[in-house]
Design a protein around this ligand. Structure first.
Ligand SMILES: Nc1ncnc2c1ncn2[C@@H]1O[C@H](COP(=O)(O)OP(=O)(O)O)[C@@H](O)[C@H]1O
Ligand SMILES: [Mg+2]
Length: 512
């Protein structure tokens, strides 16, 4: 790369935090008009490096060059003046403000003494159109989807004149459709001369839109390669430091009797509109049944009626022949149903509790962990340490609060707790969302292990790849019913995609 074509160059950047070198002499460069990926597992040091580029942290050593000029980036204000913008993982928007109000916050254009909203709105509209963002400037942030909120963050950086945009794991919060849209928007931006640094651990995204990729592992650069000259397999092994398999390694399933049966179940959504319509389904021991569908077709309500979080209007759910519809979540958990919830931070864990406390969150009222009326902390510690070993939970100790762990390790606590309760039925909802390859591989292995122990596993995921790879049968949901049940070995994504959109129906094996 010729010097004048380089937008960003970081040279020998080192950043130490107490007990860890988050960035260890990192050097890499990004060409102008390029989409460059920073690839690495959770905790590799990607966000730290980009927080340095955006002036949020100061490096202990190293040099930064922007458009060939050596610069000191003391704070985000300096970064913005240098044409750098950052779209963070967690948005910093005011819910009760409109799109425009959020975008101009802190840089309000004045007309006399008052704020010139119409000028701002005009500019926002123009930017939105140029990059295909389709943002409506007058809407309240609280009223728009997460995907749209992210676009407001993008507009905010463009409004401030950013030429270099940093995206920190932007697709973790998006649906597959929204991810495709974002990729198109990124392409528009580079076509207009912008430079993008994309932090991700998703290889598919890198292969789809990036030009170059720098792989970081444990704070060090492992390699910088051109996307044209690499493959997902190569990237994965560089990221993780060993060979990884995408194909889930599993034997033929040995399904047995159905233990969970839904018969003509009807339920309403939060707005009182039917979300499940006469839905019938059976889950057998020794199988992984995948639930596929476009988000919003009743999958969430299905999981909620199964876990006691939503009432059934009519129909019945039987577990081991016993009716459990409208039982409480605790009654259901006590009927040997394990549940890996979709929102691990809100529903799966108490973030301020320790790993040890979280690992007994559901069983603390059992006699095992009680000494008279008190909790038996020694016993809890021993229990937690066993789970930490068996489930490879990377934590400084069992006394560390869950909040301090990476997403993958937080998820391992939940899985350890739910699987260790020895459930007959395991309900896993989006179990690997936002996790890195290593953690995904581990969790997939655990789910297959449960299946092979004769448990009935229900898997809900929006990642069709994951459903295809793991499931023994796939039930496709559309508008509140199961439109068909297919065998992943004899069907393809195309066929399932058609069923998901309601335009093809395949007769299921269970015609109840
Ligand atoms: N403000 C901080 N204080 C202490 N340690 C931190 C801080 N920020 C990040 N770390 C640590 O630095 C390492 C790299 O973190 P991070 O840059 O967030 O990784 P990534 O974005 O690749 O997941 C991790 O071990 C993390 O715990
Ligand atoms: Mg990060």
């Amino acid at each position: 790369m010729q010097q004048e074509h380089i937008a960003v160059e970081m040279l020998g950047i080192t950043k130490r935090f107490p007990g860890i070198v988050a960035n260890d002499s990192i050097s890499f460069k990004v060409g102008k008009g390029e989409i460059h990926a920073l690839l690495g597992e959770n905790g590799a040091g990607k966000s730290t490096l980009m927080n340095i580029l955006f002036g949020l942290y100061q490096p202990d050593e190293g040099e930064i060059r922007i458009n060939g000029r050596s610069v000191q980036i003391a704070d985000p204000k300096t970064a913005i003046e240098l044409g750098i913008g950052m779209i963070h993982q967690h948005f910093m928007l005011v819910e009760s403000y409109t799109v425009v109000q959020n975008i101009i916050l802190g840089t309000e254009p004045k007309k006399g003494l008052s704020i010139d909203y119409s000028r701002a709105e005009h500019k926002v509209r123009e930017l939105s159109e140029r990059y295909g963002l389709q943002v409506e400037p007058g809407q309240l942030i609280g009223d728009i989807s997460v995907g749209m909120q992210q676009r407001v963050e993008i507009l905010k950086t463009l409004y401030r004149g950013a030429d270099i945009l940093i995206f920190d794991e932007p697709t973790a919060v998006l649906t597959p459709q929204e991810i495709q849209d974002l990729m198109a928007i990124m392409k528009n931006m580079v076509n207009e001369g912008k430079t993008i640094i994309l932090i991700t651990h998703k290889l598919k995204e890198i292969m789809a839109v990036c030009d170059g990729v720098t792989i970081i592992r444990r704070g060090k650069v492992i390699d910088s390669v051109s996307v044209r000259e690499t493959s997902p397999d190569e990237l994965a092994s560089k990221m993780v430091g060993r060979q990884v398999s995408f194909a889930v390694d599993k034997k033929e399933a040995n399904p047995q009797e159905a233990i969970l049966k839904l018969h003509r179940v009807t339920a309403l959504d939060n707005r009182g509109i039917p979300a499940l319509k006469q839905l019938s389904l059976e889950l057998r021991r020794g199988e992984i049944l995948g639930i596929a569908g476009v988000e919003g077709n009743g999958q969430r309500e299905l999981i909620e009626v199964l876990t006691g979080l939503r009432r059934v209007q009519s129909g019945e759910i039987r577990l081991h022949g016993k009716p459990v519809h409208n039982a409480t979540p605790r009654q259901i958990a006590e009927s040997r149903v394990g549940y890996i919830p979709e929102d691990r931070q809100k529903r799966g864990l108490v973030l301020d509790f320790t790993v040890s406390e979280n690992s007994v969150l559901k069983s603390y009222y059992f006699p095992d962990f009680r000494r008279h009326t008190f909790l038996d902390y020694d016993k809890m510690s021993r229990h937690a340490n066993r789970l930490i070993r068996e489930f490879d939970i990377r934590t400084p100790s069992e006394h560390t609060p869950a909040r301090a762990l990476s997403g993958g390790n937080q998820q391992k606590i939940i899985i350890a707790r739910e699987v260790d309760g020895d459930p007959d039925v395991l309900i896993a909802t989006q179990p690997t969302r936002g996790l890195d390859v290593g953690a995904i591989e581990f969790i997939h292995k655990k789910l297959v292990e449960q299946r092979d122990k004769g448990k009935a596993v229900l898997l809900y995921s929006l990642e069709l790849d994951e459903i295809m790879n793991l499931s023994d049968r796939i039930a496709v949901m559309y508008e509140g019913t199961i439109v068909g049940i297919v065998d992943p070995r004899t069907t393809d994504e195309q066929q399932i995609g058609l069923m998901m959109s309601g335009s093809a129906v395949r007769q299921g094996e269970e015609s109840t």
